[in-house]
Design a protein around this ligand. Structure first.
Ligand code: S3P
Length: 170
């Protein structure tokens, strides 16, 4: 146990990778609060992520995301589920690295991501297959720099959490 390291776990990965489902379970197991960054943004604005994108555009959403990230990172211990794009914004990436929290990438094959997102209609950046693949490719170099990587392929959130708990996180 390293007493100087903030007790923060950041779950990251593309949309549909299961950050929120895994995060809730992981937080339960650790007895830590769970924070979903998108939910914090929605609560602060009193509206949905989709509405924010539609009314104010993505750059404004990214500003809100950056501010929310700074805010939630003050509270520890916590398991924080990032949005799919959070860790791929250079400013957030640098900020998280500076916090020295633990970063865990939920790595899912693009077909699995696509299928999961297709069942939920609330993602503004889920459009067509080509743009989905482009965004995924752009973000991989960031995701790959997470401290831990877990393959989610064909696995339940419970199985993924069990693997995370097996890591020497602290
Ligand atoms: C985004 C993913 C979403 C949400 C917003 C932007 C992205 O989160 O933050 O729609 O840039 O990929 P999920 O990964 O939870 O879908």
């Amino acid at each position: 146990m390293n007493g100087h390291r903030p007790k923060l776990i950041y779950l990251l990965g593309f949309m549909g990778s299961g950050k929120s489902s895994v995060g809730v379970l992981l937080a339960q197991e650790l007895g830590w609060p769970f924070i979903d960054l998108d939910t914090v943004i929605e609560a602060s604005q009193g509206t949905s992520i989709r509405e924010i994108f539609e009314q104010a555009g993505e750059p404004f959403f990214r500003q809100l995301e950056q501010a929310a990230l700074a805010e939630v990172s003050k509270k520890e211990p916590a398991v924080i589920a990032l949005g799919g794009g959070s860790f791929a914004q250079k400013s957030n990436f640098d900020f998280i690295r500076g916090r020295r929290g633990v970063t865990i990438w939920l790595d899912s094959p693009i077909d699995e991501l696509w299928q999961r997102c297709a069942t939920m209609a609330n993602r503004p950046l889920f459009r067509d297959r080509a743009s989905f693949a482009r965004l995924y490719a752009q973000r991989l170099p960031y995701y790959r720099q997470a401290k831990y990587r877990i393959s989610t392929e064909g696995r339940t959130p419970q199985e993924i959490v069990r693997e995370i708990l097996g890591f020497q996180l602290y």
